[in-house]
Write a protein that binds this ligand. Structure first.
Ligand code: FAD
Length: 545
């Protein structure tokens, strides 16, 4: 295995004179006075600055004038992943002494990253490791005040974490500093969760869209523009379509309802995706793909849902949950599936405060030294049971069938069988959830023996598959009996053209479906990625017609 690189070297590489020379044609030189603010926290759409003479400092201003993170001298440069998407800056950059800087705007930065592989790699590595640093040290413009007994707190934590947005989390049960902050903003503890945005705005239980707006996660969508490709869904298949589409010169607008990564983003470790022998967390896979898509110029709108397909021929119009319209000459439907829920009357009461559909670090935190349950017999349940068995005191794995063999990969079955931390309960269903505010216990029954019992547990992870996110497409494209989108040779009704539908093409010419949302798809990350990238070649064909 390669040597572990020095993280500071990757984070703050120093460009040599020859490299600076190569950058000169892409930038504008400018002098700065000592003390001049070059970029302030909250600024957006600016480029990067390479120091030619003098020095500049990067300061953490999360809570007023904080520590200097780094002083940049000749050959060093500013910027992190935010520069690619034009999102707001999380730190302040100021001239430490008078000097000269080379400013490279975003369009030219993207040109360098696409044409100069060596420099592109230096920039991208630095941007990614700086973002990891900001997240790990909660350097930024977000403070979330909440409680582990609040499902909305859980929603916002998941949203910020899965969007890689650095934030401080303060829990009213454990952080005494909370009350002073709440008082400062004239907010009562009953208003939680409260999101303090850039130190001056306090949002009371904001929706994900409101949080996204406050942090400037999205560029304004140009409703007048007709892009080449609209991608609905930022899961593995949608991100793959965005990377291939944008890297092949198409103008691409991705719409993502929640956070990049989709279902895969909720996986603690994906071990069967090619090229990652040690496995990779869904979150890491998603953030890499997100940055890759942005590097090629794809625009990704976060916390934006497609709610209606307003036309049946190209250029297509998609309506969003805020009433805005996006227009595109072709569409790739990559909206995947939504978690299947247990059919229990009081389920909603405990969602986020006892019932979870993903097993990432955020949820795992609550399970330390506790007995918990995982429901489901597929890979996602197996992975969750293995991951959580490393944190929880004990894991009960509940499956309705006789065994795991039919639905789970063998590597997971072997590990589960070998683990003393996991008890497999076959033929078992949850009959009832019990608890005043949070979940306190579950009643189960064995459908074979009739035996029943109670598990005194506070956390249950439900991994029982997904239903297609096609409710908003009713009547617009042909669906199968289970609501999945028919494509290619399966299309039978209403095809308007003389040619037959391309592979992955729906009953609307130029509209494709990929990944879990497609009828007959394999429901795996690799196939979703494969289909997303493959669909782009058919988009080129349609755009050429
Ligand atoms: C916990 C878990 C673990 C898993 N582990 C593995 C594994 O180890 N290996 C493996 O191969 N597979 C695994 N899978 C399966 C894999 O994650 C899926 O097959 C894959 O994510 C499907 O990708 P997709 O892009 O088609 O859809 P999804 O991942 O479902 O993504 C769809 C995206 O579309 C968004 N969306 C939905 N509706 C709208 C709308 N109207 N507007 C805008 N956006 C919308 C969603 O928010 C979501 O982000 C796992 C699944 C889960 C749940």
């Amino acid at each position: 295995m390669p040597e572990t690189p020095d993280p500071m070297a990757a984070m703050f590489p120093k460009l040599g004179d020859a490299q600076i020379e190569r950058l000169m044609p892409f930038g504008q030189q400018g002098d700065v006075e000592a003390g001049a603010v070059i970029v302030n926290q909250g600024d957006s759409h600016h480029g990067i600055f390479v120091v030619l003479k003098g020095s500049i400092e990067v300061r953490n201003v999360s809570a007023g004038d904080g520590p200097v993170i780094r002083v940049l001298g000749r050959g060093e440069f500013t910027g992190e992943v935010n520069v690619l998407s034009g999102r707001r800056t999380l730190v302040r950059i100021q001239a430490r002494e008078a000097g000269t800087l080379l400013e490279i705007n975003r369009a030219n930065l993207r040109r360098i990253m696409q044409t100069d592989v060596a420099l592109g790699e230096i920039f991208l590595n630095a941007f990614i490791s700086r973002r990891v640093y900001l997240i790990a040290n909660s350097v930024g413009d977000a403070v979330l005040i909440g409680s582990s007994h609040s499902s909305d707190t859980m929603r916002l934590r998941e949203f910020l974490t899965r969007n890689g947005h650095p934030h401080h989390y303060l829990d009213i049960e454990t952080d005494s500093t909370v009350y002073a902050i709440l008082e400062q903003f004239g907010i009562s503890v009953t208003d939680i969760p409260v999101l303090i945005c850039r130190g001056d705005q306090a949002l009371r239980n904001p929706s994900n869209a409101e949080a996204a707006a406050c942090f400037g996660l999205n560029d304004e969508i140009d409703q007048g523009e007709v892009c080449d490709l609209i991608v609905v869904g930022g899961g593995p298949s949608g991100l793959a379509a965005a990377v291939y589409g944008a890297s092949e010169g198409l103008t691409v607008q991705v719409l993502e309802r929640n956070a990049p990564g989709g279902q895969a983003g909720a996986s603690s470790r994906i071990e069967n995706y090619l090229g990652f022998p040690l496995g990779i967390s869904g979150q890491e896979l998603a953030s890499r793909a997100f940055i890759q898509a942005e590097k090629f110029g794809a625009r990704i709108a976060i916390a934006r849902s497609a709610t209606a397909l307003k036309s049946t021929r190209s250029p297509y119009t998609v309506e969003l949950d805020d009433g805005k319209l996006v227009r595109g000459r072709s569409i790739i439907m990559a909206a995947g599936g939504r978690y299947r829920r247990l059919d229990l009357p009081n389920l909603a009461q405990f969602e986020g405060v006892g019932i979870y559909y993903g097993a990432t670090r955020v949820e795992a935190e609550f399970c330390r030294e506790e007995e918990i349950a995982v429901v489901g017999g597929g890979n996602s349940a197996g992975q969750a049971a293995m991951f959580l068995s490393g944190i929880a005191k004990h894991v009960f794995l509940l499956v309705r069938g006789p065994c795991l063999a039919k639905t789970m990969s063998q590597y997971l079955i072997s590990r589960i069988e070998a683990s003393p931390q996991i008890t497999l309960m076959t033929w078992t269903r949850i009959e009832e959830l019990d608890g005043t505010k949070d979940l306190e216990r579950v009643r189960w029954r064995n459908t074979k023996t009739g035996a029943d019992g109670v598990l005194e547990i506070r956390h249950v992870f439900v991994m029982t598959g997904a239903d297609p996110n096609t409710e908003w497409l009713q009547g617009r494209v042909e669906l199968d009996a289970n609501g999945f989108i028919k494509t290619g040779a399966d299309v039978s009704n209403g095809w308007p053209l003389r040619r037959t539908p391309y592979l992955l093409e729906t009953s609307l010419p130029g509209v494709f479906a990929v990944g879990d949302i497609r009828a007959g798809s394999v429901k795996r990350v690799a196939s979703a990625v494969g289909e997303g990238s493959m669909a782009v070649q058919f988009v080129h064909k349609v755009l050429a017609e």
